[in-house]
Ligand binder design. Sequence first.
Ligand code: ADP
Ligand code: MG
Length: 473
Amino acid sequence: MSTEMAGAAAPGEIREQWLRVREMLRAEFGDTAFRTWLKPLDLGGFDHDKVVITVPTQFIRDWIVTHYADRIRSLWTSVNPRVRTIALLVQPSRPRPVPALDRAPQAPERSAADGGAPRGELWAEGERETLDELGARLDPRFTFETFVVGKPNEFAVAAAERVAMSDSPPFNPLFLHGGVGLGKTHLMHAIGWRIRQRAPAKRVVYLSAEKFMYQFVRALRQKDVMSFKELFRSVDVLMVDDVQFICGKESTQEEFFHTFNALVDRGRQIVISADRSPADLSGLEERIRSRLGWGLVADIHPTTYELRLGILESKAERLGCEVPRPVLEFLARHITSNVRELEGALNRVVHHTRLFGAPMTVELCREILRDLLRAHERRVTIDEIQRAVAHHFGLKLSDMSSSRRARPVARPRQIAMYLCKQLTTRSLPEIGRKFGGRDHTTVLHAIRQIERLKEEDPQLAQDLELLVRQLRG
Ligand code: ADP
Ligand code: MG
């Protein structure tokens, strides 16, 4: 150790001052923070107007620099006005196994508390990398600007924006849940980008629960859980995606819970996502599950037709591609599972037409997306529709394909054709064939007729709604 005891104060006196400063720190920051961060500090020496404090690891050192060093210095100055500088020296208390996460080289003594470097610059290159390695990169496409807001997600978006714009957690955690491909990950990245923009010094870590587990297991194997803990507890905003993944994984859950609590205690923001609500996360310990629901739980609902259309328009524009309206409507109507598939479908159609220079039509879409559409076809079949409609209007099934033109039969038949267009991906000729070999123009006429009538006739509109509901089950 390079520091000589010197200066006017005797070592005993300095040690006594140190103990007083420690007690003041404990009183000021509380027991938890003290135990975690301040207790490992030790008095290293005293040189003229500089006190040297040793810390066991690089990460604790950085944490102290950014969070406590100023306070330590001013407290010390208050008990001994001669003290002007606090220097933090990394000095492992005993040799440690090969560090797993803490790869940063041990820095030589650096004078930290004497003003100087702004907070953001206190991170040397190696340390930044370690942090990056801890989390995952944010996808540049996933920002608030590219996220299309609609009824199904407006609440979640508002909550995410609150978190991204607040200096201290407005609710903790923010728990986002919803089915696959509905935008959870996108929103988390958007939060990350916005915070990086607003407050670049904040340490934002985004990672999947799977990666969290992987890191934890690796730390266990390398007997370096301490670094793991320090590392995770030093972030300002922790976002863990798809936590359903750790259901049933006991020790990971436990560690996650500790990290979670430690961060919440320190007023750090946590954002969680899962494919279900906290209440539905089985395989998670009860106390953890209930704790996850303490903040704000925001669900993202399945998309509506309007939202899908909005997303398609926005994506088409981003692709720099003029997509005809009927094609957008066709995709919005038929690819209903989730946004990821919707995007995929649009990409396929756009790439295909670019490659082959064919005009983009609904027919072409049907062709290109045949496999996808088949998978998506709701289990509603033309037969089912005919059956349901006949039943609803007290007709025989055969009336659907008969040639009778009397209104009490013809109108329900038109309704059935209209529903076939709405609920299946069958083409007009296919539908016509199923209705007693009618021509596709007859089917088109029927569809137009019903579209017009349902605006004028509330009874008809109600019949339609009932049938759709019943058929979609
Ligand atoms: P999740 O994490 O819920 O499974 P993602 O966030 O990965 O879903 O979203 C899947 C894809 O859909 C991403 O490419 C994302 O950008 C896109 N996406 C989802 N919702 C929207 C939306 N409302 N506006 C724009 N893109 C969206
Ligand atoms: Mg996701």
